[in-house]
Write a protein that binds this ligand. Structure first.
Ligand code: SAM
Ligand code: DTB
Ligand code: SF4
Length: 334
């Protein structure tokens, strides 16, 4: 077992990140085997509950109102439609259900009340419920926790240094504050980033340092490869090569041994062999389903075929323990 540390230096991380690829994969695989059931992969299902029309200027995002990407605006979904989607996801083997909204931040209005109802209902299906709704304050995080939210996704996206080249409508500190509010509410933090946005190797190392030196390691760390979408400022960028993705995953695995490392956006471009290297290097979670939020993802059947070929098994919900809030809720419900 590796010691869990929150004081990684840039030099140490650089040393790991720059290890020759196969050796890096082997080291990460050792850490992975010591801390997780090898070959067990969490299937998360993603649903965009409110799409497009977002006020922010995130340079990668097809849902920002200011970019002409062809993504239409869709108001917040109804609770019963969401529950139906969650049931379908569960039937397909998903143990986590993540609801995403194209919001800058949560506001205390009837839409938020509806999201809280969605959380309560999906929770009853015995799935790990996750939301990604933009910034939240302490009080909103507490309300989400009380509704039974298991995890909250809010990515740091890139390094603090590179951040201003990607987003100008909110700061890196805003992001870290949201993560702190989520952590304090007892919700599992899900935070990672995107590679392929013109960042340097040092930026990637700095981003991993930010994540690994949080007061507690995030419960899950999504590593996204940029999906370039025409109309966004990053629409013409090339795709990252698989070895860069593997290197990021392996380094994240070594720095944060207990976290789930999620091979997130960008899988459509990867062969099964390339994904196999990602799983070897410590990835143990994916988003399954034909669509991410607005962009395509591998077909469900193709993923199940990959699970069969590689001998991967879906991870059960709550295998890492039931959070305090859910225990309280279950107690109340008798
Ligand atoms: N609006 C909320 C927010 O920004 O926190 C939640 C939804 S937002 C789409 C969630 C995350 O999706 C972003 O932080 C980013 O990391 C990721 N993402 C968005 N567009 C992407 C793209 N084109 N390629 C890869 N990842 C992307
Ligand atoms: C995360 O890190 N990746 C997911 C999830 N968290 C919300 C989103 C990826 C979105 C890719 C672009 C799209 O489909 O709109
Ligand atoms: Fe809005 Fe989130 Fe997209 Fe940024 S990433 S534009 S906040 S939906």
């Amino acid at each position: 077992m590796s010691v869990i540390r929150n004081n990684w230096s840039r030099e140490e991380i650089k040393g790991i990140y720059e290890t020759p690829l196969l050796e890096l994969i082997l080291s990460a695989a050792d850490v992975h085997r010591a801390h997780h059931k090898f070959g067990e992969v969490q299937i998360s299902s993603l649903l965009s509950i409110k799409t497009g029309g977002c006020s922010e200027d995130c340079g990668y995002c097809p849902q920002a109102a200011r970019y002409n990407t062809g993504v239409g605006v869709q108001a917040l979904m109804k609770v019963d439609e969401v529950v139906k989607a969650a049931k379908n996801a569960k039937a397909g083997g998903a143990s986590r259900f993540c609801m995403g909204a194209a919001w800058r931040e949560v506001r205390d209005n009837s839409d938020f009340d509806r999201v809280l109802d969605m959380v309560k209902e999906v929770n009853k299906l015995n799935m790990e419920v996750c939301c990604t709704l933009g910034m939240v304050n302490e009080y909103q995080a507490k309300r989400l926790a009380e509704a039974g939210l298991y995890a909250y996704n809010h990515n740091v996206d890139t390094s603090e240094e590179h951040y201003g080249d990607v987003i100008t409508t909110r700061t890196y500190d805003d992001r870290l504050n949201t993560l702190e509010n989520v952590r304090k509410a007892g919700i599992s933090v899900c935070s990672g980033g995107i590679i392929g946005m013109g960042e340097t190797g040092s930026d990637r190392i700095a981003m991993l340092q930010t994540l690994a030196n949080l007061p507690e390691h995030p419960g899950s760390v999504p590593i996204n490869a940029l999906v370039p979408v025409t109309g966004t400022p990053m629409g013409e960028r090339g795709r990252v090569s698989f070895d860069e993705l593997v290197r990021m995953i392996a380094t994240a695995r070594i720095l944060m041994p207990n976290s789930a490392v999620r091979l997130s956006a960008g899988r459509l471009e990867l062969s099964i062999a390339e994904q196999a290297l990602c799983f070897m290097a410590g990835a143990n979670s994916i988003f399954a389903g034909d669509k991410l939020l607005t962009t395509p993802n591998p077909a469900y059947n193709a993923d199940m075929e990959m699970f069969g070929i590689l001998g991967l098994t879906p991870k059960e919900a709550f295998a890492d323990g039931i959070p305090v809030q859910k225990q309280l809720l279950q107690h109340e419900q008798g």
